[in-house]
Design a protein around this ligand. Structure first.
Ligand code: SF4
Ligand code: SF4
Length: 326
């Protein structure tokens, strides 16, 4: 019997989700025994024409990581959607926009200005910026269009399932592959991870108070972190209350607060707003006996880069989506 065909593709990502597939270690042999990989740009030399030659729906499942930033990525994901029975958004960039989605705080022009002209390591006195077409005498070189706005995968094509994380841990990837191979999948649209918040599974949960009174908000490098105490109690922003569990509390067990890469639990439309509201209520900012405005302002001003902190992985999928372009 023919093995099911599987594709792996990457869009705007750092490559970490590709590494996570390699991190399956010897389990990757089970995967290659069970499926026929028809596309995997990071590891195998298949071409676009190979995918175009397949029938519609012939690929059983495409695992696509990364956000959609370029016209080329948009073309590829549309092609894979057409050729695939199932599409799984892998990792926080495909799922929510991820770190590349922070580019939505700027425009293409301001990003190019920074990356190709201003950064100290760049030597570009003529201010040359990437062009979509460049005549080189013997022909024309082309680059794909760079969009102003980063999109999540499901803002571009319909997505069947989501594998969260930056990157998703190997056990969740393997569970997803097994569920697909055995047809034991949940309802379409599901995130393939537990529908519980990090705080519910966190080993420090017992020390998390109902309300906290802290003198100031700190960044991890500013204090010696006590590994036995809830990070919030130590004045560190931990997005555990607003983040889905399933990563094995990787950061927390390494003595670092959760930064939110698994995204929100079901039903939460804006992870950043949920994080802000969870922390505001813990700090008593929503209590009847309100903190004096001056103290609130002082505390809030101590949060470095609040937008980047609360929307680190989820800006394109949030209600904000991007900074307004005037
Ligand atoms: S806020 Fe963070 S450290 Fe505290 S219980 Fe929740 S996940 Fe754990
Ligand atoms: S602890 Fe938070 S930031 Fe770290 S891997 Fe888990 S969900 Fe992601």
């Amino acid at each position: 019997m023919a093995k099911p065909k599987v594709a792996f593709y990457w869009c705007a990502s750092c490559g970490g989700c590709e590494e996570a597939v390699i991190d399956l270690n010897e389990d990757i042999l089970k995967v290659t025994d069970a499926v026929d990989i028809v596309l995997w740009p990071v590891a195998l030399d298949f071409k676009k024409k190979d995918v175009e030659a397949l029938s519609d729906g012939e690929i059983a499942v495409s695992f696509i990581n990364g956000a959609v930033r370029l016209a080329e990525q948009e073309e590829w994901v549309n092609l894979l959607r057409q050729k695939s029975g199932l599409v799984v958004a892998v990792g926080s960039s495909a799922h929510l926009g991820g770190i590349p989605g922070l580019g939505n705080f700027w425009t293409r022009e301001t990003l190019f200005q920074r990356a190709y002209i201003e950064v100290p390591s760049v030597e570009n006195p003529e201010g040359i910026l990437p062009q979509e077409k460049t005549d080189i005498g013997i022909g024309e070189l082309t680059l794909p269009k760079f969009y102003d706005t980063v999109k999540t995968l499901d803002q571009t094509i319909p997505v069947d399932y989501y594998l969260p994380g930056c990157p998703p841990p190997p056990d969740l990837i393997m569970n997803a592959i097994n569920a697909i191979l055995t047809g034991q999948l949940p309802e379409k649209g599901a995130v393939l991870a537990p529908n519980k918040a990090q705080c519910d599974t966190c080993p420090l949960n017992e020390t998390k108070p109902e309300k906290i009174s802290i003198a100031g908000i700190k960044r991890p490098w500013q204090i010696k972190i006590d590994p036995e105490k809830c990070f919030l109690l130590q004045g560190l922003i931990c997005l555990g209350p607003a983040t889905r569990s399933g990563c094995g509390e990787t950061c927390i067990r390494a003595n670092m607060p959760c930064r939110g890469c698994f995204g929100p639990i079901d039903g939460v439309v804006d992870q950043g707003a949920r994080g802000l509201s969870a922390i505001a209520s813990l700090l008593g900012l929503e209590a009847e006996e309100k903190m004096p405005d001056e103290d609130v302002k002082k505390l809030i001003s101590q949060i470095a880069d609040p937008a980047g902190t609360f929307y680190r992985f989820s800006l394109p999928s949030s209600l904000l989506r991007r900074k307004r372009i005037s």
